[in-house]
Design a protein around this ligand. Structure first.
Ligand code: SF4
Length: 464
């Protein structure tokens, strides 16, 4: 069995994943990907998933070994922000063609690694395998090993060709690459009893920066954020953290569990969306840190900070609560966001008329039911036609979803807000709740809706 098959099988056997553990051995071996219905747009491939998880590491070269289209499809499709280096936003690819398919692309890859090292001198090069070179038998692991020995730099193979499976599998294979080649390879200059890691936070539109000041105020050091606004050195040293938080359960659960198993770093799953969840995350991380030797007064200081911040945020939300009370939302998102955003919306008095749970775990669904009650409308897969009908029948005042379903809302002349990874506003922490509510209010109150809902002048004339 190939190394890739072994890896994929071990990821599917992940004890930390409730969905996989609920399956029979045979079903587990088949993996998690469902075949797509004809006409349905595919989500990303495994390569895309690996790139999404690792590209936010800002100071390394991300070199895609494959035809140029793979890099073209995946390049910078999210708004992961950096506070320093912008090297991660430059697209690098070996751009293999027909001759490489005949003769093999390993030499071309080796030369490309040399070129990027000579030109950019990055602390490391991440090399992504894609379908075509995987099918012709290019061994990226061996090339990376040879290049690393020759150029004296870490050259990290990310073996997640697109055909291996879904985007989510690619996220996990990216986590495996970090565990196999990066984490534990360097040491921090100093360590403190308040060092933490965060897994699955990609600093989209700068969301990490909305919560980091809270940790700073408590003297908690973010040793490594995996992977938003990360530097290679931070991740290489992340095995020295005392505790960790996992933000998006489905993407890096294998990484979180193995960090606990290998390095004794306990973790909890939390969210930074909404006032209550942000406060809860601060409480949980401080409790874990105290168990691992942090100062005893840390939870009390966290409570004081929470009191202060909550008072401030409720005062800022007060005018919006008046305006948004009772407004109905159709929420089409997934994973952790499905329950944490529901909770955040309820905090300002909005009613969630239904939420999708397509990408949610059993645990996520249980949490939604706890928050919304047993009568909650949970949609496994809401067809665009059904979405349109709900909006047309005015069952919701606003739809919050990803860009792919925005046109359903617009066709139904209903306000819409982008809540998925391509969004342009940051919604994390106490600051983020205010930004989210402000954007919802702006979308609902936009005068354009009154205008587009009027009958067209020619329609009035005809009927008159
Ligand atoms: S499926 Fe294969 S060929 Fe297509 S983008 Fe993904 S890695 Fe590239």
């Amino acid at each position: 069995m190939s190394a890739l098959n072994n890896k994929v099988e071990s990821v599917f056997d992940e004890p930390g994943c409730a969905i996989n553990q609920g399956k029979s051995g045979k079903a587990r071996r088949k993996g998690c990907s469902k075949s797509l219905a004809p006409g349905a747009a595919a989500g990303g491939c495994a390569f895309d998933g690996a790139k999404i998880a690792l590209q936010p590491i800002t100071d390394v070269v991300h070199l895609v070994h494959g035809p140029i289209g793979c890099e073209g499809n995946s390049w910078d499709n999210r708004h992961a922000a950096s506070s320093g280096s912008t090297l991660y936003r430059t697209g690098f690819t070996t751009d293999i063609g027909e001759l490489d398919v005949v003769y093999g692309g390993e030499k071309r890859l080796f030369k490309a690694i040399r070129e990027v090292i000579e030109k950019y001198n990055p602390p490391a090069v991440f090399v992504y395998q894609t379908c075509v070179p995987a099918l012709i038998g290019d061994d990226v692991e061996v090339v990376c090993q040879a290049a690393s020995a020759r150029f004296g730099k870490p050259v990290i193979p990310v073996n997640a060709p697109g055909f291996a499976g879904s985007k989510n599998l690619g996220n996990k294979l990216a986590g495996e690459a970090l565990l196999d080649y990066v984490i534990g390879s360097e040491e921090p200059d100093v360590t403190t009893p308040c060092d933490i890691n965060i897994y699955g936070e990609y600093n989209l539109v700068g969301e990490l920066w909305q919560v980091k000041p809270l940790f700073d105020q408590l003297g908690i050091r973010l040793l490594a954020n995996i992977s938003g606004d990360a530097r290679y050195h931070d991740i290489a040293c992340s095995h020295r953290a005392r505790a960790a938080m996992m933000v998006c359960s489905k993407s890096l659960i294998n990484l979180a569990r193995k960090m606990d198993e290998r390095y004794g770093i306990p973790y909890f799953e939390g969210s930074f969306y909404g006032v209550a969840d942000t406060s809860d995350a601060l409480r949980q991380i401080t409790t874990l840190l105290v168990q691992r030797g942090a100062p005893e007064d840390l939870p009390a200081r966290a409570e004081a900070l929470i009191r202060r911040e909550e008072a401030r945020v409720w005062a800022r939300l007060a005018p919006y609560r008046e305006r948004l009370r009772g407004k109905r939302v159709l929420l089409i998102t997934g994973g952790v966001k499905s329950w944490s955003i529901v909770a955040a919306l309820q905090e300002v008095g909005m009613e969630v008329v239904g939420t999708s749970v397509k990408k949610s775990t059993q645990e996520d669904k249980q949490r939604i039911k706890q928050i919304m009650g047993e009568e909650a409308h949970l949609f496994e897969d809401l067809a665009p036609r059904e979405m349109y009908r709900m909006l047309k029948d005015a069952q919701a005042d606003i739809m919050m979803s990803g860009g792919r379903s925005q046109f359903v809302a617009l066709k139904a002349k209903t306000p819409w807000l982008d809540i998925n990874q391509e969004r342009h506003y940051a919604y994390a922490g106490y600051e983020g709740v205010v930004a989210l509510v402000e954007q919802i209010d702006l979308a609902i109150a936009n005068p354009i809706w009154r205008q587009v809902r009027q009958p067209a002048p020619w329609a009035t004339e005809v009927s008159g």
